[in-house]
Design a protein around this ligand. Sequence first.
Ligand code: U2F
Length: 454
Amino acid sequence: MSAQENTPHVVAFAFPIGSHPTPLLHLVQRLATASPHTRFSYFNTSTSNQRVLSKVNLHGYDNIKAYDVDDGAPDGHVFSGNPMEAIEMFIKATPENFRRRLEDIVAETGTKATCLLTDAFLWFSVEMAEEMGIPWVAFWTSGPTSVSLHMYTDLIHSRLRENGNTQDEEQTLDFVPGLSAIHVSDLPQEILHLDSPFSRLLYDMSLALPRAAAVVLNSFAGIEPVVEDDLKLKLQKILNVGPFSPPPSPTPPSDDQGGCLSWLSNQAPASVAYLSFGTMLTPPPPELVALAEALEEKQIPYLWSFRDNSKRHLLEGFFERTKSIGKVVQWAPQLQVLAHSSVGVFITHCGWNSVMESITGGVPMICRPFFGDQMTNRRRVEDVWGIGVGVEGGAFTKSGTVAALDLVLMKEGKKMREKIEKLGECASRAVAENGSSTENFKSLVGIVTSSSHS
Ligand code: U2F
């Protein structure tokens, strides 16, 4: 057997939407540092690779190579901007796009895959891994609550049927361990309605996850103890290895072209509202206007990560009038922004990475969730952890936003900060030497780099 054939070769498959591909690549980087003699191949669509690789620097990672796979879009196709269009085209192209590319790479390098480490959504990887006789490790980019809800999809449906499918929005999920605070109205459409290609993908994932050698989460022990204990009964291994932070890079790409950090340094402690709605969405026009009116009325210093040029005209007057107290950028170095002592509140859609980063930075949240796991994340933030508040009525209005700002920056701010600091300490302990996430990461290295199964 040649040295090439003997080299462990971990092949990572990304789900090319939103923030999914970046944390997977960060995980690959950490693994590649921990195991320099293992080869890592990172598969993603070309558009997503371009975006991710413009922010994540692979310089110095000689054992990682990124490859493009087909995104399923016909040549010259112009996307509408609705993420579901890209998702459905991509789903149609799977698993053949990954399978073909993997065959090419194996032929080219003479190195067989010894482990598939993929976004959990790409459940078909378990079949590919089983055919090759290698382990499948699934990476769940959100928290324990949302993966648990997917695992309970059948039970949720049978309970809803018992109620005559009336879907009492206020019904709570007290039949799911640890999740009695979740209401039916918090559930993602993909769990409630199983008829779209994306919902079916997630349902099939819930059936496949027990076959994964391990399910890896960007989370930490103790944040959802009951849910985690229950997941341990359902999955072979659950490995919290978070909260993630980007691995150090010899020449870090500058995420702070807008000068956010120096601007923050000139603001009073805990005074600034940081606004960002993740990688995929912008609130609808009336909500943007209401949000701006609330900030202006209260004269709250703000830092707004705003990229949607089609909606920018709605805020141009506001940005101009408030330029002495506010700053708007296309992209902010969010992790560092949330760790800055001047930030007093994070106005967020409750994407899981944002929630983790807010906990790490110790910043309470005002939550305006839109889809997927964001509503259940909001429920944990507000009702379970007490580290933020949802906006009244579920959408931004001027009065509701003013009330939420008063609550977080003044009335309840101290209490929320104390609670979030406690969670943040728990997170720091998990990633410290000998901490639970650190130890889990070592187990993960063992699982993905052992080529004895091949
Ligand atoms: C999807 O979430 P998003 O990608 O929309 O949002 P987040 O999970 O909060 O991740 C956004 C990431 O982008 C970074 C930020 C987060 O790591 O630090 N970022 C930044 O650095 N600068 C900016 O100006 C703006 C963002 C989905 F919509 C959610 O429901 C899921 O929870 C999530 C994870 O599966 O994926």
